[in-house]
Design a protein around this ligand. Structure first.
Ligand code: NAI
Ligand code: MG
Length: 357
């Protein structure tokens, strides 16, 4: 059987990033053996710790060093004493924007064996994906401050929505809805935000016309947040701007029961540049170094990487194994109420991925 080789850039980052990325790598290697895949890894020490010792999160030619890889797997960045905007704008945002990773994809499922904090959300009820616009919108760099320290001090920040930028993320979301249940919800706020959000709504209607098989609706973000809590099972694909998608996806991750489970993909769908896969959680300094971090978010992110590289069967094998471990075994890390270490949990998962099963 021919082996398909992929070059993967690993950026473990800070804190538990250094614990969950090795776990995800073990899982990738286990499915590789089974699916005729080969992975070559290059590990980068880019992190807040690097910032503290060398003055930058990554070297100046960082993007060039990543460019030749097929995908990036990132742990988390963040370190006590380093402001969060340094880690975000010094590493994550340059990669997302420089590599045109304009889709941020966050699937959410309630697994059997991981109770949701919501009474109404049982296993299998909730299976949705938030598609967040990832490079423009509310997180713009246009704006400024005037009159610092004066009584009339002011700050202005512009939200930037472009026809091209909105259209491409909508097309991605509608196509995803076609492949999944055929339902899409657009997050809006066109009653309050009178320029950008009506524009967003118009483009949604325009792209909906190009995807007639998808049943779609739109909800104002405030009402949508309430419905995510009251009735999460009604949603399938939810498409949102950068800010709305950021908030909704954390809310949805909480609905699923633990931040340690949630994965994310930053996709460049055209594949002109590598895409980046990362758990939603941060570096968790409160538990870092103890070997008890839940590796599931990183492992599920690795499954999304497999899917993106064109290996959906391998990806499904991993997500099925995750579901099985949670449903059929008591092995859990402390965030899910268990006593397993990161390694114990990964071992249990690898047991299910072994060829003899
Ligand atoms: P966090 O996600 O690191 O931790 C929040 C809580 O969840 C903590 O109690 C932590 O122990 C727990 N937790 C998170 N992931 C876990 C896992 N895999 N297993 C078990 N427990 C887990 O968020 P926090 O505390 O707000 O931020 C800590 C640092 O991480 C900050 O510097 C922040 O900027 C950074 N951060 C980085 C992100 C990234 O790299 N994409 C995302 C979010 C935060
Ligand atoms: Mg967030």
């Amino acid at each position: 059987r021919r082996t398909t080789n992929h070059r993967i850039a690993l950026i473990p980052g800070d804190g538990i990033g250094n614990e969950v990325i090795p776990a995800a790598r073990r899982v990738l290697d286990a499915v590789a053996a089974r699916h005729g895949l080969g992975f070559t890894y290059e590990t980068f020490d880019w992190s807040c710790e690097r910032y503290l010792s060398q003055g930058a999160m990554m070297p100046e030619d960082g993007l060039d060093r990543l460019r030749g890889h097929d995908a990036i797997l990132l742990g988390a960045v963040g370190y006590p004493g380093v402001p969060d905007h340094v880690s975000l704008w010094g590493l994550l945002i340059p990669i997302r924007r420089g590599f045109q990773q304009y889709v941020n994809l966050r699937p959410i499922r309630v697994f059997e064996g991981v109770p949701s904090p919501l009474r109404g959300a049982g296993p299998g009820d909730v299976d949705l994906v938030v598609v967040r616009e990832n490079v423009e919108g509310e997180y713009g760099e246009i704006g400024g401050r005037l009159g610092r320290g004066l009584p009339e001090e002011m700050a202005v920040q512009e939200a930037v929505f472009t026809r091209k930028g909105v259209t491409r993320v909508l097309d991605y979301a509608f196509s995803l809805a076609e492949r999944r249940g055929g339902r899409l919800t657009s997050a809006t706020k066109s009653n309050g935000i009178v320029h950008t959000m009506p524009f967003w709504d118009e483009l949604v209607a325009e792209r909906a016309a190009a995807h007639p098989e998808v049943a779609w609706d739109q909800e104002h973000i405030d009402a949508l947040a309430a419905k995510f809590v009251l009735d999460p099972q009604r949603f399938d694909v939810v498409v949102a701007s950068n800010l709305f998608g950021d908030i909704l996806s954390d809310l949805a991750a909480a609905v699923a029961g633990s931040i340690g489970i949630a994965p994310a993909a930053n996709l460049n769908p055209e594949r002109d540049f590598p895409s980046m896969f990362e758990p939603v959680h941060g570096s968790a300094p409160d538990i870092a170094g103890r070997g008890i971090a839940n590796p599931l978010g990183a492992i599920w992110s690795a499954a999304m990487l497999l899917d993106h590289l064109g290996h959906p069967e391998a990806a499904t094998r991993v997500t099925d194994a995750i579901a099985t471990v949670l449903a059929k075994t008591p092995v859990r890390t402390p965030d899910l109420g268990g006593t397993a270490t990161t390694e114990d949990f990964t071992d249990a998962l690898l047991e299910l991925l072994r060829p003899h099963r």
